[in-house]
Design a protein around this ligand. Structure first.
Ligand code: ADP
Ligand code: NI
Length: 219
């Protein structure tokens, strides 16, 4: 399932750091993000150059390697990324796109103010958000919740809408609440037309899941 446009050194680092993750940020997540980001970009730019597609695929594979949820040593991870032969061969402009995109693409990084990503980065961000939606998004939310010792659902814990990173990361949480606090709102944050359309379908699927969940809970 590795993307046609990604080099072995990039895949090897992603596998090494994310291979054993069980919080929903595993190697197959980044492989899907790379593949979907390339697919969405090619829909909008059929004549895209191989170097742009390689940049997009590379950012897809590496976007979670430095994430605070996945590593306790982001600085070391950045050094590893910038030392990859593939990344060293990028133009300085592409290296800057990679650095800006990976630093600013997360949901938490955009809570206080919206950061406008470079265009290739917008496709990676959309692909990442799409992977938090639909059937895979549902599975990932419960995997993340389980790994962080959150309950599936608890009607005594209220939904909290966070406007900053601290509250977002550190309030009392259930996996079902996360749908109302974040996942159902992702559709409105998509950058690209193709991304918006897919997000709409996947969000509808999640709403149907939540309706059924609540129906069974109250039965
Ligand atoms: P980003 O993808 O922008 O870095 P997150 O790290 O918050 O944002 O989320 C990535 C994935 O982790 C998503 O699939 C999301 O559902 C899951 N996730 C994050 N926080 C929670 C949470 N509190 N409960 C359940 N799932 C979560
Ligand atoms: Ni991700």
């Amino acid at each position: 399932m590795t993307s046609l446009y990604v080099a072995d050194d990039v895949v090897t680092l992603a596998k090494q750091i994310l291979g054993s993750d069980t919080t929903g940020h595993d190697f197959y997540h980044v492989a899907r993000v790379a593949r979907n980001a390339v697919r969405l970009y090619r829909e909008d730019f059929p004549l895209a150059s191989p170097s742009t597609l390689q940049l997009i695929a590379t950012m897809g594979y590496l976007h979670d390697v430095v994430d605070e949820k996945v590593t306790a040593t982001p600085t070391t991870r950045w050094h590893q990324i910038m030392a990859l032969p593939t990344v060293c061969r990028f133009t300085p402009e592409d290296q800057e796109i990679l650095r800006t995109t990976i630093t600013h693409m997360s949901y938490a990084a955009n809570l206080e103010h919206h950061f406008e990503l470079p265009v290739p980065g917008q496709y990676v961000q959309d692909a990442d958000r799409l992977d938090a939606l639909g059937a895979i998004g549902i599975a990932r939310a419960f995997a993340y919740g389980g790994a962080h010792h959150h309950s599936i659902y608890d009607p005594t814990i209220p939904v909290v809408m966070s406007s900053n990173r601290e509250t977002y990361r550190h309030h009392e949480e259930t996996s079902i609440n996360h749908f109302y606090e974040k996942l159902l709102h992702l559709e409105a944050t998509m950058n690209t037309t193709a991304g918006k359309k897919l997000a709409h379908t996947r969000t509808a699927y999640m709403r149907a899941f939540l309706d059924e969940f609540m129906h069974e809970w109250n039965e």
